[in-house]
Design a protein around this ligand. Structure first.
Ligand code: TXE
Length: 484
């Protein structure tokens, strides 16, 4: 079986202790490669290389860094097909989704930050001729970038691109559940001759390799679960290390009676089930104004039942496999618990057994639950799968209370043709990202992130560059004119 290697000091290397674990294909439930278990020794080798290469990379020109990131983006474009098929094989998502969203966005992430760094300006403060202050933003050092399994290479590049553009070197760790495209990315770095030791990728388990990266890097950027984020923040706090956390969500989709009906049904179904519902921005609680609740839920359920759960290779597939057997079981246990609490399964709720080789894959039906209360655990805990609840609301006041009565605060979507009402509600929702009459429309310049249990800090545009730099003010006295 193919062994995935670490990428350290510009070379593909085996883990120091030679230990590997199975890497599964979610579509057939079978191991298809081996991923390093990883150890602190692997991390310290990577950090030493990253420290050494920081001397040059950290003092290089922005043009130089721009050039390398653009070269990397071009190489990703050239390898689009291979990377997309690998992402689908590793994560279970449909190939068309990886080709259309995941992999093109990796190149876009690199190009966006390669160009952004060329335009990063800084402030000065003139003290009425007596002195002048200027602010500079300097790279921090070795950036630890830890990413999850739902959008593997997309989120890895979303972190390493700004870190590198700002002049840091990187030690990155993809999820051990979806390591493969990071491995292919390492090969691409070698193929284009990317400066050695600037990007390092160490595979392995979170509590060993991830924890060691947090402990030993100079700045940490993390995306993953809220519970894990709490651990990461605690470990980073020890040395007052800058730490950005993009965590879970329990996002409301809000449909007012005056919404464009078809648009709201289409968008809320997409928001519920895209990527098998495994996107932190998915709308998992659908709140519908009482006046249209019956007609909306009927249409939503009809659309959900029409979605095809199938082979990720087929273009007609809407939902591929759930990322792991463990995650599939966790989703089903949450559905069972909801039913015990009185939920009614209006669509889905069952495992899907596909024919042939896919029969042991981790497939499930898109699931719609009715008759739940906002205080039920199904509406309080992140399921992170193709499961939504639909609940009616009477008025704005009750709606806002229910939306905000969760430990998360990541995103929300509001559907109404009364734009001032939609903006009024947007102002009251505890979320970092709010869409009106759309979902997942992304401008990479905006501040992206959440509050409460959804994380700390913002990613995107200059927010990312600000995070990955230290800000310094220099004040110099202006000597008086001696001839006065
Ligand atoms: O995330 P984990 P998982 C949510 C979703 C999901 C839950 C768990 O609810 O069910 O998180 O998902 C590394 N120190 N989201 O298991 O465990 C780990 O190896 C440092 C939302 O993927 O948080 C992986 O690389 N690192 C999220 C990464 O952290 C550690 C997307 C994420 O793993 C670590 C994914 C530690 N102690 C899941 N323990 C979003 N917001 O998009 C683990 N890791």
């Amino acid at each position: 079986m193919e062994k995935i290697c670490n990428y350290i000091g510009g070379k593909l290397v085996n883990p120091v202790d030679g230990k590997y674990m199975d890497n599964y294909c979610p579509s057939n439930g079978k191991p298809y490669s081996l991923v390093p278990v990883g150890s602190e020794d692997d991390v310290s080798a990577a950090i030493n290389c990253a420290k050494r290469s920081f001397e040059n990379w950290g003092s290089s020109t922005r043009e130089y860094r721009y050039g390398w990131l653009m070269k990397l983006a071009d190489a990703i474009d050239k390898n689009l097909e291979k990377l997309a098929l690998a992402e689908s094989l590793d994560n279970g998502k449909p190939e068309w989704l990886a080709k259309k969203i995941d992999i093109p966005r990796c190149a876009a992430n690199l190009r966006f930050f390669a160009t952004a760094i060329l335009h990063l300006d800084s402030k000065s403060h003139n003290m009425d001729g007596e002195a002048m202050n200027y602010t500079i933003k300097q790279p921090i050092g070795v950036a630890g970038c830890i990413s999850p399994w739902n959008l593997p290479l997309y989120l890895l590049t979303w972190k390493i691109a700004p870190a590198l553009a700002a002049g840091n070197t990187v030690v990155a760790k993809p999820s051990e559940i979806t390591p493969y495209t990071a491995y292919l990315f390492s090969e691409i770095c070698i193929d284009i001759g990317f400066p050695e030791g600037v990007i390092n990728i160490v595979h392995g388990q979170g509590d060993i390799v991830g924890a060691s990266i947090v402990k030993n890097c100079d700045v940490v950027s993390f995306t993953g679960g809220t519970d894990t984020g709490r651990l990461v923040a605690a470990n980073a706090a020890h040395d007052f290390k800058k730490c950005s956390l993009e965590l879970g969500g329990k996002n409301p989709t809000i449909v007012f009676g005056d919404a464009d009906f078809d648009l709201s049904v289409k968008n809320s179904v997409k928001s519920a089930f895209l990527n098998q519902g495994q996107i932190c921005l998915c709308g998992s609680r659908v709140f519908v104004e009482e006046s249209i609740y019956d007609s909306f839920k009927k249409s939503f359920i009809k659309e959900a039942k029409m979605l095809k759960v199938g082979c990720p290779k087929e273009v007609s597939t809407n939902l591929g496999a759930i990322v792991s057997e463990k995650h599939l079981n966790s989703i089903f246990s949450k559905i069972e618990n909801a039913i015990k609490n009185g939920a009614i399964v209006a669509a889905g709720g069952k495992k899907v057994v596909l024919p042939g080789d896919l029969s042991s894959g981790y497939f499930m039906e898109p699931t719609v639950l009715l008759n739940t209360k906002n205080t039920d655990s199904i509406n309080q805990e992140e399921v992170f799968g193709p499961v939504v609840t639909i609940m009616p609301f009477k008025n704005e006041k009750d709606l806002i209370k229910m939306c905000n009565d969760v430990k998360y605060g990541l995103s929300a979507s509001i559907f109404s043709q009364n734009i001032s009402k939609a903006n009024r509600v947007a102002a009251k929702i505890n979320a970092g990202v709010v869409w009106i009459n759309t979902w997942l429309l992304r401008d990479l310049r905006i501040p992206f992130g959440g509050m409460k249990g959804s994380g700390l800090g913002r990613e995107g545009g200059y927010y990312s560059l600000d995070f990955f730099t230290e800000t310094k003010n220099v004040c110099f006295k202006i000597e008086k004119d001696d001839n006065k």
